[in-house]
Each structure stands twice: as structure tokens, then as C-alpha cells.
Design a binder for this molecule. Structure first.
Ligand code: HEM
Length: 421
């Protein structure tokens, strides 16, 4: 059943958006979004475990709020976290988010800190990584071939390759990959019983953040003494307003650079393969048309939209979709909902690798728009070129499972059978 038909058959409550299982799975998530976009696109959400917020599901509304960052702030509430956990983070770290990364701050500090790495992420800098990205694609596609015709596409391949790329950019050794993967999954998999460190709320994330902190402390010390040509050296020695970056800012910068960059890209590669298996004619078209690599990668971004939401806080009284938003109100922007809005995309629930790639909001919009977008797009484009040109055939060999998540979602596993040429 298409998500649109399902939406018509089922009704939802606004607070269902906080159900991590429902939001984790692509079909139920889009069923919910299609319903809300049609019936309640600017919805007030109340839930006993969360502070209330407005929930936006239309492309234009999300783009409007995202692009006016001076009127709709990223601080103090950046993502949806249960009240109990927010209070615990506030007590332990002095902020409701537990971290103070780029995504959590506003002008003028945000601009100053974004400038520290902006150069590193520009298309011309990312282009210099092309040879390395291609060689890592080959390494992981070789691995898949060596596995002899069956693997878990997510656990064995797509979880690992973007991690290797980000570790390489940061200049961190392969031995640390296991630690980094575990820590990131715990931060983003906070609501999934299989991935979170401890099912009790007190334990989840606070320990993870401290462990990340201890790891990067060592890296910072090392790069101050032995500067190298890597992102870790840029961050370790960065100055803001002529002074060394504050320790919490620096730590948070490392954490966002290491974590935002791979779980999200892994999700697009993994769920992207599911999308291609569900649309075999698109896979065939992509295989035969290398000139579509970039647009196809962007269509997979639109399709998967692994970052489900970000939150903004209104500084003003404003009417949106007939609802009165007050200063101090929180507003959640649901990017996957924007990316399937039929007012913006013809046949939004059809994968079309020739679609105009500029329009999707998977990377957000406005001054916080993803710093790593050019790298992520290159990673996806190069990986699928390597894989599709060598594959003869691929099919699903079992049911895929989805991460329970309202923040960063994607596949947890997907068994596949395949044959190389
Ligand atoms: C498919 C992959 C990716 C997706 C879907 C994605 C999505 C996003 C989104 C939606 C935001 C906006 C947050 C907001 O509006 O508040 C963001 C910000 C950010 N992303 Fe990505 N991202 C991806 C890959 C990457 C990579 C590869 C890196 C770095 C290596 C990265 C680093 C960042 C950073 C540093 C920010 C904060 C920018 C700021 O607040 O100024 N991301 N990303």
C-alpha cells in the first residue's frame, strides 16, 4: 500500500511524532507525515514526557523558519529530548542539550565558530579528497565481493565506509573506529533498545558524552604538540576572537565533526539501497548513466532524509498556517515531511534519480545548513558508482530492520544476496 493510501486509511495524533518506533520505519513515518501535512500542518504537540512544541510538515513552512535563523533561534532547544533527560543534562553540563556544538548556537558565536572549518568543507576542498574517497569505495566494495554473495549491507558495509572517511579527514587511526562507532550510535541511537548504552534514562548519553570527551582530550593534546595536515589539527589549534577556542566548544566541535558526518551518510547509503531495490528501474538507469551520479545521490538524500528534525525557538509572535505562534514557542522542522510534500515535488513517493536535485531539505536550510553536504553527496555518488558498475545482480535476503529514532533514523540491518560481474 502506498503511504498516501495508508494515510487516508489511518488517522494520527500529533504526539505520535514522538513515537520512536513509528518514526523509525519509513512507511509509518511517511504515513504519519502525509496525514499531518493534509490535516494539521502546523500542529501543537503535547506529551507528558516532552515540553510542548509546534510541529511543521509543509515544505514552505519548514524552509521559511529554517531560513530565518535570527527570528527562529537554534538555542536553547535544538532537538526534542524528554524533559527528564533535558533536566539531567542541564544539571550535569549546564545546557539542555548537553553539548554546545554549531547546531546548538546562534549568531554571533555560530558564525565565528562555523568559520573555523568552513574552508575545509567547501566544494573545492572536498574535491581534493576525491581520490581517497574513491579508494575507500573500492576497499568496501572489494570487501562485499570477498564476502561471497551474501552480507548484511548495513552492518558490514554502509555503517563502516563513511566512518572511515570521517576518521581519515580528522586524522584519527583505524584502531579507534570501533570506539567512535559505538559512541556515535549511542548518541543517535538513544531511543533504540538495541543501540542505546543503557535503557535507563539517567545513563544514556551523559556517560557517552564524557567518554567522547576523554578520547578527544588526548587528540587535542597530541595535535597541539604535533600539528598535521588534518581537521583535528585545525580544531585543536583554532582561535576565536584572537583567543584559543573554549574547551567545551572545542570538545563539542570534535563531537559534531565525528558524529554528524557518518551516521547520516550511512543511513542514506543503507536505506538508499532499499529504495533502489524497491525501484529496480531507477537502479538500472543509474547503473547505465554515470552522468547522473550527483543528481541520483541527491535524490537518495531527499528520499531517506535521515535527520528527522531540528527545533527552533521563535523570537516573535507570528501567524503560520492559521496558528498563532508566540515568542519563546519551540518549533520542530520535520525534514522528511518537507521532502515528500506534493506541493513541492511531483509524485513525491516515487524515487526519480533525474529529479531537480537543488530543492530537497535533507541538509536543512539557512545559516545552519549542513557543513558536510558536499562531502556526503560525494561519498554517496562515488560509492554507488563503484558498486553498481561491478554488480551483476542484488536482491533482499531477509526483512530489513529500522532504528527506532525521532532524531537520526535509518536501517539497522538489511540482509542482501548478490552476484558480482
Ligand atoms: C547524508 C548526510 C547528512 C545529512 C542528511 C546531514 C544533515 C544535516 C542537517 C539537517 C543539518 C542542519 C541542522 C540545523 O538546521 O540546525 C546539518 C548540520 C551539520 N552537519 Fe550534516 N548531514 C550529513 C552529513 C554530514 C557530514 C558528512 C558532515 C561532516 C563531516 C556533517 C556535518 C555537519 C555540521 C558540522 C553541521 C552543523 C552546521 C551548523 O550548525 O552550522 N554533516 N547536517
Amino acid at each position: 500500500m502506498s503511504t498516501a493510501t495508508q494515510a487516508a486509511a489511518q488517522s494520527y495524533q500529533p504526539a505520535d511524532v514522538l513515537n520512536a518506533e513509528l518514526m523509525g520505519h519509513e512507511t509509518t513515518m511517511h504515513g504519519y507525515f502525509d496525514y499531518m501535512r493534509e490535516h494539521n500542518p502546523v500542529a501543537w504537540v503535547e506529551h507528558p514526557d516532552y515540553n510542548p512544541f509546534w510541529s511543521l510538515t509543509k515544505y514552505d513552512d519548514i524552509k521559511f523558519v529554517g531560513s530565518n535563523n535570527d527570528r527562529f533561534l537554534s538555542a536553547p532547544r535544538t532537538v526534542l529530548i524528554p524533559i527528564e533527560f533535558e533536566e539531567m543534562l542541564l544539571e550535569k553540563f549546564g545546557t539542555r542539550n548537553g553539548l554546545e556544538t554549531l547546531i546548538h548556537m546562534d549568531r554571533p558565536k555560530h558564525l565565528k565558530l562555523r568559520k573555523v572549518t568552513r574552508e575545509w568543507f567547501l566544494p573545492r576542498s572536498i574535491q581534493k579528497l576525491d581520490a581517497e574517497v574513491k579508494s575507500l569505495c573500492k576497499e568496501y566494495v572489494d570487501k562485499m565481493e570477498a564476502m561471497g554473495g551474501e552480507c548484511d549491507f548495513v552492518k558490514d558495509i554502509t555503517l563502516l565506509y563513511p566512518l572511515r572517511i570521517i576518521m581519515s579527514i580528522l586524522g584519527l587511526p583505524r584502531e579507534s573506529e570501533g570506539t567512535m562507532l559505538k559512541l556515535t550510535q549511542e548518541i543517535f541511537g538513544g531511543q533504540d533498545p538495541d543501540l542505546a548504552r543503557d535503557p535507563t534514562l539517567e545513563q544514556v548519553n551523559a556517560e557517552t558524552i564524557l567518554e567522547f570527551g576523554a578520547y578527544f582530550d588526548e587528540v587535542i593534546k597530541d595535535r597541539k604538540q604535533n600539528p598535521q595536515d588534518d581537521l583535528a589539527t585545525v580544531l585543536a589549534n583554532a582561535e576565536v576572537d584572537g583567543k584559543p577556542m573554549e574547551p567545551l566548544d572545542q570538545m563539542s566541535y570534535f563531537i559534531i565533526a565525528a558524529s554528524a558526518g557518518h551516521d547520516t551518510t550511512s543511513a542514506v547509503l543503507g536505506a538508499g539501497m532499499k529504495a533502489l531495490l524497491d525501484h529496480p528501474e531507477q537502479m538500472e538507469k543509474w547503473r547505465n548513466n554515470p552522468e547522473l551520479d550527483d543528481t541520483a545521490a541527491k535524490e537518495l538524500m531527499r528520499w531517506v532524509s535521515p535527520v528527522r528534525h531540528m527545533v527552533r525557538t521563535s523570537t516573535e509572535e507570528i501567524e503560520l498556517g492559521g496558528k498563532q505562534i508566540k515568542p519563546g514557542d519551540n518549533i520542530a522542522l520535520w525534514f522528511p515531511a518537507a521532502n515528500r510534500d506534493p506541493a513541492q515535488f511531483g509524485n513525491p513517493n516515487e524515487l526519480d534519480i533525474t529529479r531537480d536535485p537543488k530543492l530537497h531539505l535533507a541538509f536543512g536550510y539557512g545559516s545552519h545548513m549542513c557543513l558536510g553536504q558536499h562531502l556526503a553527496t560525494l561519498e554517496v555518488a562515488r560509492f554507488y558508482r563503484e558498486l553498481l558498475s561491478r554488480l551483476d545482480h542484488i536482491e533482499m535476503a531477509g526483512d530489513p530492520t529500522w532504528i527506532h529514532a525521532i532524531f537520526v533514523g535509518g536501517l539497522k540491518s538489511m540482509p542482501v544476496k548478490y552476484k558480482f560481474k
